[in-house]
Design a protein around this ligand. Structure first.
Ligand code: PMP
Length: 389
């Protein structure tokens, strides 16, 4: 007979044995780039709050205004009675900023990717997704039961080969990628993907979770610079400072998803304060080009300095900088060393990233200063010197 306790103990022991057991930490924000944890204050390089908007007075003010106007909960799904009038304003703003006919807000990005892909699969499709795409995309593809293949990261020759050997005439092929990859900080070549997709007659889905707020016109992502992307998704929980996600697409696709996407239909609508924060973020993000410039200058400086210490930062060209160490144990010891210097950076280990590529994932914010980066570089240098001796 199966014994649940024995099974759970074995699974947990396996994670512990490989230094991959995860535990929650209680952290409290001090400001946009510092947190307190266990009585100590840390400089935080582990947040996706790329513009520091989670602490912005306008977002807080609008969230409170929406609470006072609408309450703290939405009470039902959007198709029942939870469709606050603010959604129209937000979706119109989004469609304009993304340059698409329409937009549709979802409760979370994970739920969006998972269930939009499942809804698309009701239309006889096959999926071709970049190997390093986010777990929500990979899980959506496998749950959908559609035929799928994963192509080597950013390798269009491999994608073309997969399309030629796996695609059947009876299905619509969808290519799935992130525009800025969340664990590696490198970019997909959207221009080449669009042209390949048009040449071979497939559709293109682009996840802009990490580009939203930081890259592209008005800071609203990279996809709007290319005609020919059929579905764009992005999130409000990272560069836009609060919570939730969106699709930018055609009016017809919006109608389809409202009618067929379970993750849209069967879930409670976002709470009013979150809608208030989103509304304010969409107002100010287009005006934050100075902050974006500062962030990208900091990122370039950090990449150069960290590389010059002999660390592998992969192909990062953004505010996300992996410091690829390889062995799980070594990366946890580096994260602990930094923590001892009051610097908070999470160690990212498999299965989140491929085996042998355990890393620190540094994510920079426009609220970081040059002095913050110097502090980080000094600590990395000291660890390197200590680990060699
Ligand atoms: N896509 C990518 C690329 C992500 O990194 C994430 C979040 N880590 C998501 C989707 C999911 O978004 P959310 O946090 O809103 O669920």
């Amino acid at each position: 007979m199966l014994d649940l306790t024995t099974d759970l103990t074995a699974a947990i022991a396996e994670r512990k044995q490989h230094e991959r057991f995860r535990q929650l930490k209680n952290v409290a924000p001090v400001n946009a780039v510092e947190i307190s944890w266990d009585g100590k204050t840390y400089l935080n390089f582990s947040s996706n709050d790329y513009l520091g908007l989670s602490q912005h007075p306008l977002l807080k003010e609008r969230a409170i205004e929406f609470i006072n106007r609408y309450g703290v909960g939405s009470g039902a799904s959007r198709l029942v009675s939870g469709n606050n009038e603010a959604y129209d304003v937000i979706e119109d703003k989004l469609a304009k900023l993304k340059g698409t006919e329409a937009a549709l807000v979802f409760s979370t990005g994970y739920q969006l990717n998972l269930t939009v892909l499942i809804a698309l699969a009701e239309l006889e499709v096959s999926f071709f997704c970049d190997r390093l795409s986010h777990n929500s995309i990979l899980t959506g593809v496998s749950f959908s039961q559609a035929k799928f293949a994963r192509f080597k990261h950013n390798d269009l020759a491999d994608l073309e080969e997969k399309l030629a050997s796996f695609r059947t005439k009876a299905t619509t092929g969808w290519i799935l990628t992130e525009s800025l990859f969340g664990m590696d900080g490198d970019f997909a070549d959207l221009a080449r993907l669009v042209s390949l997709s048009q040449r071979v007659g497939t559709k293109l889905f682009v996840d802009e979770a990490h580009a939203t707020g930081v890259f592209g016109e008005n800071g609203m992502g990279l996809a709007s610079q290319h005609k020919g992307i059929d579905l764009i998704m992005g999130t409000f929980g990272k560069g836009l400072g609060s919570f939730g996600a969106y699709i930018a697409c055609s009016k017809q696709m919006r109608d389809y998803l409202i009618n067929f996407c379970s993750g849209f239909i069967y879930t409670t609508a976002l709470p009013p304060p979150v809608l208030g924060a989103i509304d304010a973020a969409l107002e100010i993000v287009p005006t934050m080009s100075k902050e974006r410039k500062h962030l990208l200058a900091l990122a370039e400086h950090a990449q150069t300095e960290i590389k010059s210490l002999g660390f592998d930062v992969g192909l990062s060209a953004s505010q996300i900088i992996p410091v690829i160490i390889g062995k799980d144990l070594q990366v946890t010891s580096l994260a602990q060393y930094l923590a001892d210097s009051n610097i908070f950076v999470s160690a990212i280990r498999p299965p989140t990233v491929p085996d042998g590529t355990a890393r620190l994932r540094l994510s920079l914010s426009a609220q970081h200063t040059e002095a913050h980066i110097e502090k980080l570089i000094k600590a990395l240098k000291q660890w390197r010197a200590a680990s060699k001796s």
